[in-house]
Design a protein around this ligand. Sequence first.
Ligand code: GAR
Length: 207
Amino acid sequence: MNIAVFVSGGGTNLQAIIDNIKSGYLDGVNIALVVASNDGAYALTRASENGIPAVVKSVKAYESREAWDEDVLNTLIEKNIDLIVLAGYLSLLGEKTVKQYSNRIINIHPALIPSFCGKGMYGIKPHEAVLARGVKVSGATVHYVNENYDEGPIILQKVVDVLPSDTPEVLQKRIMKECEQVILPKAIKLISEGKVVIKNNIAYVEE
Ligand code: GAR
C-alpha cells in the first residue's frame, strides 16, 4: 500500500510511521511521498534522512486554492497513492482531493473527538483547552477525513489520565508518545490489512 504523509511541523508522527515500517510492523506499507505545507517543516529533514521523496505544496504559492488542490491531486495520482495520512497537517485539504480520495484519507487529532476538536483546535490548543476545562482524561483520535474538520468516522482512540501537575506542553508530549505514535501506525496497519469497514458513517474495526 502506497501512502502519502502530509505534514506541517516537527514530524514525530511521520517518524513513528517510518520506524514502524523499518521494524516490520507496517509490512507492505510504503511511504511513496511526504507532502509539506511549508518549507520550514522539520518533517522534511526526517524524510530526506530516510530517502523518502518529499514535496512542498504551499497554497500561498498558487494563484488560487483550486489550482493548488488540482496540483496536489495530480501529484498523488502520479505517485499511485492509495491512502493519504494527515500527520500533523494543519491545513484543510482541497475539495477535489477529498472527493477523489473519499474514505482513503485519515488524520491524527491530539484529543478525544468529539471534544476539543474543530476549527482552530490544533497543535498545543486542545491541550490548553483540556486543562482549562479540568477534564480528567484526554488522548488522541485517528479518524477518516471528510470536508469538515474532525468529523469523519472514528477509527481508533487512546486515552491518558490528565495529571494535576500537567502543563499543556507536558500533556502534549505524553499524548504524542503514548497515544498518537501508537494508534496512527496501528490504524495504517489495520487499513492495509483491509480490517476497517465504514458503514453509515461509522468505522468498524476487526482486530
Ligand atoms: C500532533 O500532535 C498532531 O496530533 C497535531 O499536530 C501535532 C504534530 O506533531 N495535529 C493537529 O492538531 C491536527 N488538528 P508532529 O508534526 O510532530 O507529528
